[in-house]
Write a protein that binds this ligand. Structure first.
Ligand code: N01
Length: 526
């Protein structure tokens, strides 16, 4: 093949489409049974995108965006998966993909100038270019406490939810993990279970989503304005149409600040992120906004001790991924919903019939695990990827993930990553970023084919300079100041550091574009 694409999420789907359109032979490999990536696997109750559909959808084809109609401001998992299927049908993508096929090894053959890919079905495929569309959040992480395999009830993982409905009625259910996934699960399971125990270690800040059905007139306007909306998204810091401001927190009076925050809380969504320009750089401003949210928790949760335990402290708001919820704090007012504070009483082990913390054992019929992912670097460390001279990604990343623009790595010719570590990754709208990444890679491949260039990789000095920029920008933001998957703190032994570019989508895109405009002077062609 000319190219192999690993992964059939939104990035992989667009890569296959674009490469095919350029006339390349393409084979896609996907461990899941169909397209959709994370939305194929994450079918947990309440799963929903906390970016608005207007952002979280492809902008490369006007035909697609005119034909598809979203029903809500923030779409639920079934609708997003239906959208991925709609795109796959329209673009006839499935014929290029091998589903239920996991890539288990990738090796660069320098003599033949191609990648040899091995799959769990025993295939061996060679291709000139390899595109890793493996996703920043595709390797789920089980908790470290022992005994999970001894539990005699049902264990459900948010990241690999069953495809058949799960009945919680009459059950004693436990949930471990209160990140974005756990917070979406809580209100839905709370409405069904007989007893529900939420095991919380680090409380997250969450704000009301206030999702709405989309009015037909709004949809008409949206469709009429898509070109401008996409242009605004591509010119923005986050790659989306969220509000932004140049107003620092302390530039207005306390009562004005209070009103601005109350309005944003009432509107819902991620408006909070765009309220003040210095939220992620000024710790004092950040703390005041955090305190506002703590006040809302106190006002919502009836039991003062539960409210207190739910209040996040000790790390900046928005340093963990901000969550949007529908009735999360309210769920703790139900008499059968119990918060277990795992900071005060850490989980010791799972037993045959429940969870034992230092305070005692909670009996459970069903245990939901929503303990996150080995983010950003996990997917390329999950199998052996060997580049020039047999050096592996595992060796290269032993001290932390390194790349050039989050797209390529010195020593790994013709290998590209989508939304890779050290790019904007999870800090930008991932579909805008996928499209930008694929367009840039395809333009480079086109340049190589036109000029009979066999292989490309970044110059080591260019990679070093990029990493230097990523690290120095990370120092300036509060995003690096919490123990999250953003900095690798959730995986034992993982090197610590914010391996994402924090300069914003627009700057990133500009940098990539300039590399191309300068004739790829930071790359090494052979
Ligand atoms: O995972 P997380 P997630 N004992 O890592 C807890 C995206 N996403 O799947 O922080 C007790 O955020 C852990 O506690 P702590 C989004 O980018 C998007 O929820 O380690 N608890 C934490 O509370 C998000 O950031 C959407 O102290 C343990 C939780 O498990 C990313 O996915 C929806 C534990 C893991 O939280 C990951 O979110 C959902 C233990 N031993 C997800 N080990 C959208 O809406 C771990 N935890 C688009």
């Amino acid at each position: 093949m000319d190219a192999i694409v690993v992964g059939a999420g939104f990035g992989g789907m667009y890569a296959v489409h674009k490469l095919n359109e350029m006339g390349l032979s393409v084979a896609g490999f996907e461990a899941g049974g169909d397209v959709g990536g994370v939305w194929y696997w994450n079918r947990y109750p309440g799963a929903r995108c906390d970016l608005m559909c207007v952002d979280y959808s492809y902008g490369f084809s006007d035909a697609l965006q005119q034909e598809w109609t979203w029903s809500e401001q923030f779409a639920a998992q079934p609708e997003i998966l239906a959208y991925a299927n709609f795109v796959a049908d329209k673009l006839d993508l499935r014929r290029h993909f091998h589903f239920e096929t996991r890539v288990t090894g990738a090796t660069w053959d320098a003599e033949a100038n191609n990648w040899i890919m091995i799959t769990d079905r025993g295939d061996e495929i060679r291709a000139t270019y390899c595109i890793m569309a493996t996703g920043p959040l595709s390797i789920p992480k089980d908790p470290e406490f022992p005994g999970l395999e001894t539990f005699e009830g049902e264990v459900l993982r948010a990241a690999k939810w069953p495809h058949t409905p799960v009945d919680f009625a009459g059950k004693r259910v436990g949930l471990v993990g209160t990140g974005s996934s756990g917070i979406q699960i809580v209100p839905v399971v709370a409405a069904q279970a007989a007893e529900f125990h939420v095991f919380q270690r680090t409380p997250s800040y969450t704000m009301p989503m206030r999702n709405t059905a989309l009015d037909p007139d709004y949809v008409t306007e949206l469709k009429r304005n898509y070109p401008a909306i996409r242009a605004v998204a591509r010119a923005s810091h986050l790659g989306g149409v969220r509000p932004v401001t140049s107003r620092p927190f302390f530039s207005i009076t306390p009562s004005q600040r209070q009103r601005v925050m109350e309005d944003a809380w009432a509107r819902g969504g991620l408006d909070f992120l765009g309220l003040f320009s210095d939220l992620l750089t000024n710790p004092e401003a950040n703390e005041q906004v955090a305190e506002f949210v703590r006040g809302k928790i106190a006002a919502t949760v009836n039991d003062p001790a539960t409210a207190e335990a739910l209040k996040p402290r000790g790390y900046p708001i928005f340093a963990r991924r901000p969550c949007l919820d529908t009735g999360y704090y309210e769920a703790f007012n139900l008499p059968h919903v119990h918060l277990v504070d795992c900071i005060k009483h850490p989980i010791e082990r799972v037993t045959a019939h429940g969870i034992t913390t230092t305070a005692g054992t909670v009996a459970l019929d069903t245990l939901i695990v929503a303990t996150g992912y080995d983010g950003l670097s996990g997917a390329l460390l999950a199998f052996e990827v060997a580049g020039r001279d047999g050096h592996t990604v595992r060796e290269k990343w032993a001290g932390g993930a390194r790349s050039y623009l989050g797209l390529m790595m010195a020593g790994f010719p013709n290998l590209f990553m989508l939304c890779g570590p050290n790019g904007p990754a999870a800090l930008a709208n991932i579909i805008t970023l996928d499209e930008q990444n694929v367009n840039w890679i395809c333009q480079l491949i086109d340049h190589m084919r036109t000029n009979s260039i066999a292989s490309v990789e970044p110059q080591p000095a260019a990679e070093d300079a990029w990493m230097e920029q990523v690290f120095s920008l990370a120092e300036l933001t509060l995003v690096s100041k919490a123990n999250t998957w953003y900095v690798g703190a959730n995986v034992d032994g993982k090197p610590r550091g914010l391996s994402m570019y924090t300069g914003g989508f627009f700057k990133y895109n500009e940098t990539c574009t300039n590399v191309a405009l300068r004739g790829y002077d930071t790359l090494r062609f052979a």
